[in-house]
Write a protein that binds this ligand. Sequence first.
Ligand SMILES: [Zn+2]
Length: 416
Amino acid sequence: MSTDADEVNEDRRKYEFRKVIEELKDYEGSGTQLVTIYIPPDKQISDVVAHVTQEHSEASNIKSKQTRTNVQDALTSIKDRLRYYDTFPPDNGIVLFSGAVNSGGGQTDMVTRALDSPPEPIQSFRYHCDSDFLTEPLEDMLTDKGLFGLVVLDRREANVGWLKGKRVEPVKSASSLVPGKQRKGGQSAQRFARLRLEAIDNFYQEVAGMANDLFVPKRHEMDGVLVGGPSPTKDEFLDGDYLHHEVGDLVVGKFDVSYTDESGLHDLVDAAQEVLADQEVMKDKSEMEEFFKKLHTGEEATYGFGPTRRNLVMGSVDRLLLSEDLRSDVVIYECPNDHEEYEVVDRRHGDPGHTCSECGEEAEKIDREDVIEYLMDIAEQRGTETKFISTDFEKGEQLYDAFGGIAGILRYSTGV
Ligand SMILES: [Zn+2]
């Protein structure tokens, strides 16, 4: 079980990862000279250093002098970074990016980034040298598709497993002794039918047992269960109440799937894409519903940078709601009379001038920071949970457009 504090830190880490990924995606190398390395947690750092040393010596064969120098510089920079680690990488591994990127006007800049402990374990070692940094595996880890139980079955075979984020994990399989539809000569049709139904019933029980063993202990962390198979097997299975009732309540959809082996689990996830997309914004939707309800009925809601910041400092915010699309900085000003004021500006824009709203004096900039990190810092200190809200639904869009991407659900009314 993770504590609230862990969850806050996890959200923050995810945000920091997303930010680095966006930065990296903007970069371009002028040739195949951008190096990305994914290091799984069980890979020894010394092995990675050996690999990088090998690549460095092979890079001496690169014909273009500029590309050769850039690749070798990137590898040297990566080797320098690897010195900071112990024998093994930290939890979940490391991703390293290094290379000379175009900085305009024919100039290049050397960029090196190390991301420790991504949200999910890195599965395999990857060395990638191209004109772009390889960010997709990391992006896949950041999409929050939750935890789903998977069941595929027909009358002969069944598989159960997990969908964790975007990863399908087969866990257990079973095959049945259900006889085919053709009875052998000499068997009475009635008796054959009865035996066949019994065998089918036994098999459904076995499959349900497998699913229950796997899902019941995790039922409070799961976002749903998907069931796949041909008709009418999956319908019989679900209608027959074979599953533990709490697992049955988690079923969010049944889908036609032709294969019931491990590949069937993947087919099931493909077939369920629409349901999964809905599930992804479901939590965000309910947060926004609650925000609007509180906004309309009472005063237990706040929005916009200024009021939300004041409420956060007071400790009155239960949940801080931030738009996933928010890309702004907060500029902090101080006037000669010690009034502190703030302006939220687009990340790409310079610092605007500022006149103190209290005394009318010219105020001086004292700091500039990513607005999300600034607010999350206060939230962490006050035990406030932060929720990132997608813009893939109407009220999520409204948070971004109408409320500046910043809002809060309050614990009590503050009049701010
Ligand atoms: Zn002032």
